[in-house]
Design a protein around this ligand. Structure first.
Ligand code: NAP
Length: 310
């Protein structure tokens, strides 16, 4: 049997994904008609990016699952026309990218690299760099990305805590969970890394109250999603010195409007949503594994809980 697999993403993504998807389908021995246009009633699986023109799933009466190309699913969980399983992207390539990006920015703060990079004078003032074991880092969100980041930071010697919705037991990571665990996790957080999904219950996780719970002079790194932070509260905390500096990759409005105070703020580094990208080769293997599972009647990997929103 030949499966009809619709690739529904921005047109320029097709050239990037078509070869690795075909290679992964071949390797799995799956016969497929893979295309960007297929009569909706004939589609078996939809490989999907939430910014694709496809927003009404009603005509896809035969489709068995939507396989998302992105880790973040906030733009699709509320789509009431989607009534079939939705799998989000957990891609080893994307995870590696996120680990590297976060580790780089943690190291910047930990070692105080700006002191040397921004020193354009002639001052010779030696200092003893701290060791990772003396630095407390907290990762908010201990899912696919947060766990990988936490484990790498542990391997470098950092004193790492993690915060999640459900209780966890991760070697060498101080694990906190639930609303009651948030202030404890943040209270010991000299560097906080936000890797939570954007859901109604994670919005404004970083607000005036939670910022007050953090140590004075703490750093914030947000590669998660913009709505995790109450922007006015963060700006006030930066201005007061409560928060020493923030590196922000994601924003409520993207691209970040030119007039937004983050751009010009001396204590903010803005990056243009580049922390980690889905990598076509490894992601194609994950997608094809889910198609194989669908055909074998096995449970899909990385299913989204639509009620929880991630
Ligand atoms: P994931 O595997 O679904 O993990 C989400 C984590 O957040 C889980 O540990 C979950 O707790 C926790 N969580 C969810 N709601 C919570 C709540 N109300 N309170 C406390 N913890 C909560 O997601 P992921 O793959 O790691 O990705 C995380 C996010 O990174 C994505 O949703 C996306 O927004 C972002 N992202 C950004 C980029 C970029 O380039 N900037 C790239 C990829 C992804 P449980 O473990 O208890 O379920």
């Amino acid at each position: 049997m030949t499966l009809n697999i619709l690739f529904a993403a921005r047109p320029e993504r097709w050239a990037i994904y078509e070869p690795p998807l075909r290679a992964a389908l071949d390797a799995a021995g799956i016969k497929a008609h893979l295309a960007t246009e297929i009569a909706p009633a004939k589609v078996d699986y939809i490989v999907y990016a939430p910014n694709s023109p496809l927003q009404d799933f009603t005509p896809y009466t035969r489709a068995k699952a939507v396989l998302n190309l992105w880790a973040g699913v906030e733009q699709i969980t509320g789509n009431t026309t989607l009534r079939i399983p939705l799998a989000r992207m957990v891609d080893p390539g994307l995870t590696k990218g996120m680990v590297e990006w976060v580790t780089g920015h943690v190291m910047r703060y930990h070692l105080g690299l700006d002191t040397d990079i921004l020193n354009t004078g002639t001052e010779w003032k030696p200092r003893t760099p701290p060791l990772a074991q003396e630095r407390k880092v907290t990762v908010l969100g201990m899912g696919a990305l947060g766990c990988a980041v936490a484990q790498t930071l542990v391997s470098l010697g950092f004193d790492v805590a993690g915060w999640s919705r459900s209780q966890k037991d991760i070697p060498s990571v101080a694990c906190f969970h639930g609303n009651e665990g948030l202030n404890q996790a943040l209270g010991r957080s000299e560097i906080a890394v936000l890797l939570l999904p954007d859901t109604p219950s994670t919005e404004n996780t970083i607000n005036a109250k939670t910022l007050a719970a953090m140590p004075d002079g703490a750093f914030i790194i947000n590669p998660g999603r913009g709505p995790l932070i109450e922007d006015d509260a963060l700006l006030a905390a930066l201005d007061s010195g409560k928060i020493a500096h923030a590196t922000l990759d994601v924003f409520r409005t993207e691209p970040l409007p030119a007039t937004h105070p983050y751009w010009a703020h001396p204590k903010v580094t803005v990056t243009p949503h580049i922390a980690a990208e889905t990598r076509a080769t490894t992601a194609s293997q994950v997608i094809v594994e889910n198609i194989r599972r669908g055909e074998a009647g096995e449970e899909y990997l990385h299913l989204v809980d639509r009620a929880l929103g991630y």
